[in-house]
Design a protein. Structure first.
Length: 244
């Protein structure tokens, strides 16, 4: 049956729709051209935000931290990103976020699971950064939740899509400076009342699509810690970096 389905519906590149050869478990599902424009974070990276860092080739297992995380106060402990936000990565995330491409969530969750595996801790909860109801009604779904639920299953961890809630609607972060971004998100998130008791002392893996300044993740992690959670780690589909 699988062979027949492949004849009827041959595997296609997730980004451009061109035919691809491999569609089995672990496949990247990108054609050669789109693969060249997809910057997966597979080598040395910042242990706090997942940004790719130069690799000296020594293979030393030292903890590396990027310049941004050295100077900024990060309330979370560790982080990983699957891709750099640029090229194919940016195209796919925008398609998932604004283009109703829910078919992208399973493969992107698989990419993120490979990146986030070192962050897993006993008794850890997986939760997405939430959308305000007004934005959720317009967009119809929360792209972070679409990924986080699948990520939790792949990592064999419990998922709580409603762990965090938005207390107020925040304007878009686009075209804002870093200071305005943090001010825009400050105090906008909280742990849901029905989840406060269950989060006490438990580590949380916070999932979002893109991190730029870190303002949204900071607000989410701050809310979790204020409610008494254990250490917070972040798993990002993509990390925006200065060179991109």
């Amino acid at each position: 049956m699988k062979a027949a389905l492949l004849l009827l519906y041959p595997p296609q590149c997730l980004s451009c729709g061109a035919g691809v050869a491999d569609s089995g478990p672990g496949a990247i599902h990108l054609c050669p051209d789109c693969w060249k424009e997809a910057a997966f974070v597979t080598g040395a990276c910042c242990d706090c935000c997942g940004a790719p860092l130069p690799d000296d080739g020594t293979g030393r297992a030292e903890v590396l931290v990027c310049d941004d995380c050295l100077v900024a106060v990060r309330p979370w402990s560790r982080g990983r990103a699957a891709m750099v936000y640029g090229g194919t990565g940016r195209k796919l995330i925008l398609a998932l976020k604004h283009g109703d491409r829910l078919d992208l969530a399973p493969p992107m969750a698989a990419w993120l699971a490979r990146a986030a595996a070192p962050l897993v801790q006993p008794d850890m909860i997986v939760a997405p950064v939430p959308l305000h109801l007004r934005r959720l009604m317009r967009r119809k779904y929360n792209q972070a939740a679409q990924v986080s639920g699948r990520l939790a299953r792949l990592l064999d961890l419990p998922h709580q899509a409603d762990l965090l809630t938005r207390l107020r609607h925040t304007p878009s972060q686009e075209h804002r400076g870093a200071e305005d971004r943090f001010a825009n998100q400050a105090g906008a998130l909280a742990v849901s009342r029905r989840r406060r008791e269950g989060v006490q002392g438990r580590p949380v893996l916070l999932v979002d699509d893109v991190m730029a300044s870190g303002a949204t993740i900071t607000a989410a992690a701050t809310a979790l810690l204020a409610a008494g959670s254990g250490p917070v780690s972040v798993a990002l589909l993509a990390r925006a970096v200065k060179d991109h």
